[in-house]
Design a protein around this ligand. Structure first.
Ligand SMILES: [Mg+2]
Length: 299
């Protein structure tokens, strides 16, 4: 249990197991039903305003919603998702015909390719060092989004069965929150729902990727069969697989049923060693079928 409100990578690298099992739990769209409101009301609306995409608003929203909510890229880091969505948007026929300029975000892509943790602090530093106007706009967007989320997304309770399930999990496993959301939003959301008491660390985008969070906290400390990641996006699955850990999906659109299944069946299987293999694969197949890699306008 933690009473800290701020975390560093040392909280992960110096993580001391107190139990035999470890669970990483994603936050947005997994514990909390915050994805739709954060994306549509905050991220997408501010994107349209800042990059002057009003003339192609409908297509912009479709591209941003596809990448961020309804595809294999759901839950991706905000900067990577923005670059992907703008690429998709720029090549759409209706957008080409409109003549509206959708930026390539080259400087941002260079930063993504460098492998540096992608969050406001690193972007702030890059803007200071390079003075790049495009990076400055990305940083402005990211900060405005955070402010809008803090102002408008409040008191969103956990999905049904999530609280009970987390309470059950923490009796057997060390639990950390593994997310690509900024720490300040995570701490606020877990604290206002009285869930901070159930986690050892809140790992947000400032502490690296989800895969890095799990690796830093678990490598050499737990048997890989005893490590599980719970999440609602392919990035959560990949973070689990890159650490040879187990994965339990919270299916987009069927979150309450997923948490109930984890509570009634999945977690007990994990503890008893009958999770990996056919059972996990059937869950992953069901999950993947919900998240396509081709946008509806290209099918
Ligand atoms: Mg998520």
């Amino acid at each position: 249990m933690t009473d800290k409100l701020s975390f560093t990578q040392e909280d992960l690298t110096g993580f001391t197991p107190s139990k035999k099992f470890f669970a990483g739990i994603d936050s947005d769209g997994c514990v909390f039903d915050t994805m739709e409101i954060k994306q549509k009301k905050c991220f997408h609306t501010i994107s349209i305003q800042l990059w002057h995409l009003e003339e192609i608003e409908q297509y912009t929203r479709e591209a941003l919603e596809f990448i961020n909510l309804y595809s294999q890229w759901r839950g991706q880091n905000r900067f990577i998702a923005q670059a992907l969505a703008f690429d998709l948007l720029r090549e759409r026929r209706e957008v080409v015909e409109s003549g509206v300029n959708v930026p390539e975000l080259r400087a941002l892509k260079d930063m993504i390719a460098s492998g540096i943790p992608l969050g406001n602090p690193t972007l702030e530093e890059a803007v200071k060092q390079t003075g790049n106007a495009e990076l400055a706009l990305c940083l402005k967007w990211s900060k405005l989004v955070n402010e809008e989320i803090a102002r408008t997304v409040k008191q969103i309770p956990p999905f049904p069965h999530a609280r009970e399930c987390i309470e059950k999990i923490r009796h057997k496993a060390d639990v950390i929150c593994v997310s690509q959301t900024p720490e300040e939003a995570l701490v606020r959301e877990w604290a206002e729902n009285d869930l901070l008491q159930h986690v050892e660390v809140i790992a947000g985008q400032e502490l690296g990727t989800k895969s890095e969070h799990i690796k830093l906290a678990t490598a050499g400390r737990y048997n890989a069969d005893n490590v599980i990641m719970i999440g609602d996006a392919p990035g959560d699955y990949k973070a689990a697989m890159s650490n040879n850990a187990c994965f339990f999906p919270i299916n987009p659109g069927h979150e309450a049923a997923s948490w109930e299944r984890l509570l009634e069946e999945g977690f007990d299987r994990f503890i008893s060693g009958t999770f990996r293999g056919d059972y996990q694969q059937s869950l992953v197949d069901e999950f993947n079928a919900l998240l396509p890699d081709t946008p509806p306008w290209k099918q």
